[in-house]
Structure formats: structure tokens, C-alpha cells
Design a protein around this ligand. Structure first.
Ligand SMILES: Nc1nc2c(ncn2[C@@H]2O[C@H](COP(=O)(O)OP(=O)(O)OP(=O)(O)O)[C@@H](O)[C@H]2O)c(=O)[nH]1
Ligand SMILES: [Mg+2]
Ligand SMILES: [Zn+2]
Length: 306
């Protein structure tokens, strides 16, 4: 038995690098450690906690890549994949999309799924896999080379734990069946776990996420929507809102069919959500906003005066 006393640090999560000290003679049947320090994270997957909406929850940290696991046994939800991509970009690690269950996708399925995902993921690598046929597994291995850590992100039943087992060559984590009818998972994995796989790397398996509160700053969203943000510098006005301003490159791309208008509305929606979360959770920011609104109201009033 190994026991760890975490009372000295504020928070510690899967993937964190820590300094520990071995305690003597405290555990009769094993080793006992006291956690002294959690080192700064070089990347972190953070979401708004679902239970307590005012708290950020670190799902995994210090990973090199985040694999967004998208199953092909059900329809793809582009808006959900977009959210996963924002979270992955925001983490500071490299995003990768892994399409799973290629064996269940039928003949045309993989190609159309790849096209659908590419439309929202841009240059992010996409790997088509099946743990049944072994397809795509070498490409997954390439991301889990010695010393590298990969975190898996996706809905329940998407095949995250199955990937871990396929990489390990044995059943190291439990997998579950999906419900008939909607192919949804049953939340088989209930905790986050780091598993060292035979390739020498490590994988962080996570429970399927039901909802994804945005706890990200604008940078993560801008990176995930580079198809929109790359166009902004081409707009005639620096502060273009991409509505009906003359010379708007974003609206021009929509008119020519180069940009799906849904991408612009998703981008705005997520920015709005992130700003809302920040306002709600960051008191200092809230105060600043109040000041700005007050100032604006006063300006409005003075402008209204004759
Ligand atoms: N046919 C087929 N089934 C797969 C594949 N990958 C996973 N599955 C099945 O999909 C179901 C769900 O897989 P899991 O690996 O438990 O999914 P998960 O993402 O870990 O789910 P949670 O732990 O609930 O978040 C299981 O019945 C797996 O056997 C695949 O490549 N092909
Ligand atoms: Mg699982
Ligand atoms: Zn514009």
C-alpha cells in the first residue's frame, strides 16, 4: 500500500509533477509519502466543473497531446467536437482527432466523417482507427513515444478506454458496452487515470464528459477557429465585428462559400460563453466590467444631453 498525504498542497491532479517526501514508520503495511509541492503545469485540460459551476476542474495536466476521441458508430456532432477542440487548444498541448470504430462505419462512413471533421478541425491531424481491425493504431502509437503523455477526451462510449487497452496489449482499464438505440455510453470510466503503456509513453484516460462548460480564455477559442480568425486581419477595419461592415473578409468568405456561416456563429457563441464564465467567476474582471458599463452609461447620458 502507498498512501499520500496531500494536505500541504492546494490541488493535485492526474499528470501533475510533484515533490514528495517519504515518511517513516507511518504505514505498517507499506510506504507513506507526504506531498510537498506540485510543480507548474506546462499544459492542462481545464473545464468548468459540472457539479459546482464556479470551480475550474483540471482533467489532466502536463500532456504533450490531447486526443479528441470521436466514434463512428453514431452521427458526429460538429458543435460538440468544436468544444472539445477549444478545450484541447486551450490546454497548450497538441490537439489530435482520433476517429474510432472505423469497422462499424460502413463503406462511405470514414471518408465522410473525415471530411466533416476536417471542416472544423483545420490542420489538426486526424487518425482513423479501429481496435477490432487494428487500423490506425501505429499512428496512435506515434504520439505515445517514450517520455510523452497523451490525454484522451471524448463522450462516454466513444472508445477511449478501448484505445488504452489496445495500446497496452491487455485489459488494463475496464470498457463498457453502449446502449442499443442511441449508441451512447454508460460512463464506464469513473475516474481519471494515468497509464504507462509498453511504447514507453503514458496515456491519461478520462470519464466521458456529459457537458462542457467553457473555462477558457480567448486564445484557445481563437486557435480552434483559425479559419475565422485568419480572415480578420484582412477586414478593412481593425475592429470589424464581421456583421455588415464594408470590406469584411469574413462575410466575403461566407458569401463565396469558403466559410460555413455556422462556424462564425459557433465562434461567437463560445466567445460569449467564455466571457460569461470569466465574468461570473472572476470578481476583479466583474468589477472592471461594471466600471466600463457605468462609464458607458454616463457617456450615453452626457451624449444625450443637448
Ligand atoms: N466495433 C468496435 N467497437 C469498439 C471500438 N472501440 C470501442 N468499442 C466498443 O465501444 C464500447 C465503449 O468503449 P469504451 O472504451 O468503454 O468507451 P469509453 O470512451 O472509455 O467510455 P466511458 O468510459 O464511459 O467514457 C465498448 O463496448 C467497446 O468494445 C472499435 O474500434 N470497434
Ligand atoms: Mg472509459
Ligand atoms: Zn470582418
Amino acid at each position: 500500500m502507498v498512501s499520500v498525504d496531500t494536505s500541504r498542497v492546494a490541488s493535485v491532479g492526474v499528470g501533475d509533477w510533484c515533490a514528495v517526501i517519504e515518511m517513516e514508520g507511518t504505514e505498517a503495511d507499506g510506504q507513506s509519502f507526504s506531498l510537498l509541492r506540485v510543480f507548474d503545469r506546462r499544459s492542462a485540460l481545464v473545464r468548468q466543473s459540472s457539479g459546482n459551476r464556479t470551480e475550474a476542474q483540471v482533467l489532466a495536466s502536463n500532456m504533450d497531446a490531447v486526443m479528441i476521441v470521436v466514434p463512428l458508430d453514431r452521427a458526429i456532432s460538429p458543435r460538440q467536437v468544436e468544444r472539445f477542440l477549444v478545450l484541447a487548444w486551450d490546454s497548450g498541448a497538441q490537439p489530435v482527432v482520433v476517429l474510432t470504430k472505423a469497422d462499424l462505419a460502413g463503406k462511405e462512413g470514414p471518408d465522410s466523417a473525415q471530411a466533416e471533421v476536417t471542416a472544423i478541425s483545420g490542420d489538426v491531424p486526424i487518425i482513423l482507427t479501429s481496435v477490432v481491425t487494428g487500423e490506425g493504431m501505429p499512428q496512435v502509437w506515434d504520439f505515445v513515444t517514450p517520455g510523452r503523455t497523451v490525454a484522451l477526451l471524448g463522450t462516454s462510449g466513444s472508445g477511449k478506454s478501448s484505445l488504452v487497452n489496445a495500446l497496452s496489449g491487455t485489459e488494463v482499464v475496464v470498457t463498457g458496452s453502449v446502449r442499443e438505440g442511441d449508441n451512447k455510453g454508460r460512463h464506464t470510466t469513473t475516474w481519471r487515470e494515468l497509464i504507462v503503456v509498453p511504447t514507453g509513453g503514458a496515456i491519461i484516460d478520462t470519464p466521458g464528459l456529459r457537458e462542457l462548460g467553457m473555462w477558457v480564455d480567448e486564445d484557445g477559442i481563437n486557435a480552434a477557429f483559425s479559419d475565422v480568425t485568419d480572415l480578420a486581419p484582412l477586414c478593412r477595419f481593425n475592429d470589424c465585428a464581421h456583421d455588415s461592415e464594408p470590406g469584411c473578409a469574413v462575410q466575403a468568405a461566407i458569401a463565396s462559400g469558403d466559410l460555413d456561416p455556422i462556424r462564425l456563429s459557433s465562434y461567437r457563441k463560445l466567445l460569449g460563453e467564455a466571457a460569461y464564465a470569466a465574468r461570473k467567476n472572476d470578481h476583479r474582471l466583474a468589477k472592471e466590467q461594471q466600471k466600463i458599463w457605468k462609464q458607458r452609461t454616463q457617456e450615453g447620458k452626457s451624449r444625450a444631453r443637448p
